[in-house]
Design a protein around this ligand. Structure first.
Ligand code: B1M
Length: 216
């Protein structure tokens, strides 16, 4: 559909006002919110994610696209709720205790949201008690831990151990990321996966949950 291609193209350029306007126009034309999300926004975001991964787009551009995506999502959200769209899965995200860095984590959250997942972001400097408590309350499919400091990355292991102690480990997949994190470290602390960047995090979550878009 022409307008959805136009929406995707404007999103990829990061034109927030135009993207928002096209989302409103598509709704006014009677296109279902789910189709606007899948064929316009997620399609555009997938292209951006691919370019980011291949270094064909850089962080400032991705942040501009992310802002445009947020404008459109704000318009779509009430319509998606009305359509009772079943999320692809719930992801709980947080930066571990002692660590205030959140730019990368926020980007991971935006990309996951753009890919159709429900994201609950608990913020930065999060203790293992808070992670455990929030996992119990929110029952996410995946817990994503972020750390940017070599001094705080070790805390990820403690979060995983705390989940084990509360018998929650079997109920939630744990993924880790952040500049000092490696696959080797993820294996060492028995995380379920590691992603080096935001678009890889989307691929990782998709593969862990093996999910597809569903609608009630
Ligand atoms: Co800080 N800082 N910082 N800092 N900071 C680093 C991390 C550092 C490498 C800079 C340096 O020295 N070269 C260094 C760490 C050294 C180390 O541990 N080896 C450092 C330091 C030392 C510090 C302080 C201790 C400085 C001080 O006070 N003396 C202090 C610590 C504060 C604290 O956290 N307690 C500090 C503070 C800050 C600011 C507050 C000023 C600011 C953070 C602002 C904010 O986040 N709101 C800041 C910044 C901006 C940086 C650098 C410059 C940039 C980080 C960033 O946002 N990158 C950073 C140097 C660097 O990385 N080049 C540095 C962009 C972002 C998109 O990338 O976060 O890597 P990144 O996220 C990526 C991937 O890692 C991945 O996907 C993201 C998108 O592609 N990813 C995940 C991240 N989380 C993921 C989770 C996943 C999956 C993938 O699954 C759950």
């Amino acid at each position: 559909m022409e307008i959805l291609n136009e929406l995707s193209a404007n999103l990829q350029e990061g034109y927030a006002d135009k993207t928002k306007k096209l989302t409103e126009e598509a709704l006014a034309q009677g296109i279902p919110a789910t189709e606007i999300l899948e064929k316009g926004l997620i399609a555009g975001m997938n292209i951006v994610g691919g370019k980011f991964k291949k270094n064909e787009m850089y962080l400032p551009e991705v942040l501009v696209v992310a802002r445009a995506m947020k404008f459109s999502m704000d318009v779509l959200k009430p319509h998606l709720a009305a359509a009772r769209v079943k999320s692809r899965g719930k992801i709980l995200l947080g930066t571990v205790k002692g660590d205030m860095h959140d730019i990368g984590k926020n980007l991971v959250g935006i990309m996951l949201q753009g890919a159709g997942f429900d994201v609950v972001d608990v913020g930065t400097d999060i203790s293992m008690e808070k992670f455990v408590e929030t996992v119990e309350r929110e029952q996410p499919d995946v817990l994503g831990l972020s750390a940017l400091l070599t001094t705080t990355m070790v805390y990820m292991k403690r979060v995983i151990e705390a989940l084990e102690q509360r018998q929650l480990r079997g109920k939630v997949k744990v993924i880790v990321g952040g500049a000092p994190i490696t696959q080797r470290y993820a294996d060492e602390i028995k995380a379920d996966g590691y992603a080096r960047d935001a678009s890889s995090a989307v691929d990782l979550v998709r593969s862990l949950l093996n999910s597809g878009a569903q609608q009630n």
